[in-house]
Design a protein around this ligand. Structure first.
Ligand code: PGA
Length: 250
């Protein structure tokens, strides 16, 4: 089965409004890839600006976070219906930085995921082990636990999820998982999806690699059978680097 290939740029808490505008303009003008979907995931202040620039182009919009409730007295929070109203297509959930710095646990992440899916926004659900987990050979069981709440979703809902495997030791460190390590974990993830949701669903889910993915390693990573693209942090802040990663699929 043909799976969707995706290159998503997670800008994290970076870029002024002007810088975000310039970067978006460069990306939408230079993106001609028919081989993968390009998603920009800026902070909230950029979302409408990026949406306006990207309107009419194939680049899609993603959010970095969302509240799980529909609306109400939650000062400082952003609801999924607000995101929907400005054309957000994807929502990031479970990034290791949210798990670590904002104490988001698997129960809350499931609620956030359900909130996105209920409004027709696809969730990019992140998982990934710490360096110590890998050293102790616990990396597969960490991923098992991080994904376990998702098995409660219906098959129909599960099909609206993209998984991002981001080993924490590779995020922002310049150390990338080898292509073999990435393929091994992606195949494992696809295997547990198969066990829980069946072959058809498992074969249709895009699994992205994230963690110091850059123009020099993207092609080799994306050539792996179960690696369907990348979630890019640092290298998504520079149009040349980001577009070069997108072009790895050409
Ligand atoms: P990085 O970040 O590419 O800077 O390692 C990836 C991510 O956290 O999504």
């Amino acid at each position: 089965m043909e799976r969707k290939r995706i290159v998503a740029g997670n800008w994290k808490m970076n870029l002024s409004f002007e810088e975000g505008k310039n970067l978006t303009e460069e990306i939408v003008e230079r993106n001609s890839s028919e081989n993968c979907e390009v998603i920009l995931i800026p902070s909230f202040i950029h979302l409408t600006g990026v949406q306006r620039i990207a309107d009419g182009y194939s680049v899609k919009l993603g959010s970095q976070n969302n509240h799980h409730k529909e609306s109400g007295a939650y000062t400082g929070e952003v609801s999924v219906s607000m995101l929907k109203s400005i054309g957000v297509h994807y929502g990031l959930v479970g990034h290791s930085e949210r798990r670590k710095y904002f104490q988001e646990d698997d129960d809350l992440l499931l609620k956030k995921t359900k909130a996105l899916l209920s409004q027709g926004i696809k969730a990019i659900y992140c998982c990934g082990e710490q360096a110590a987990d890998r050293k102790e050979e616990n990396h597969f069981s960490v991923i098992d636990k991080q994904l376990s709440k998702l098995w409660t979703l219906s098959e129909e809902d599960f099909q609206k999820i993209v998984i991002a495997y981001e080993p924490v030791w590779a995020i922002g460190t310049g150390v990338t998982a080898t292509a073999d390590q990435a393929q091994e974990m992606h195949a494992y993830i696809r295997g547990i999806i198969r066990e829980n949701k069946g072959t058809e669903v498992a074969d249709s889910i895009s699994i992205l690699y994230g963690g110091s993915c850059n123009p020099s390693n993207a092609k080799e990573l994306f050539l792996q059978e179960d690696v369907d693209g990348g979630l890019i942090g640092g290298a998504s802040l520079n149009a040349d680097d980001f577009m070069s990663i997108v072009k790895s699929f050409d």
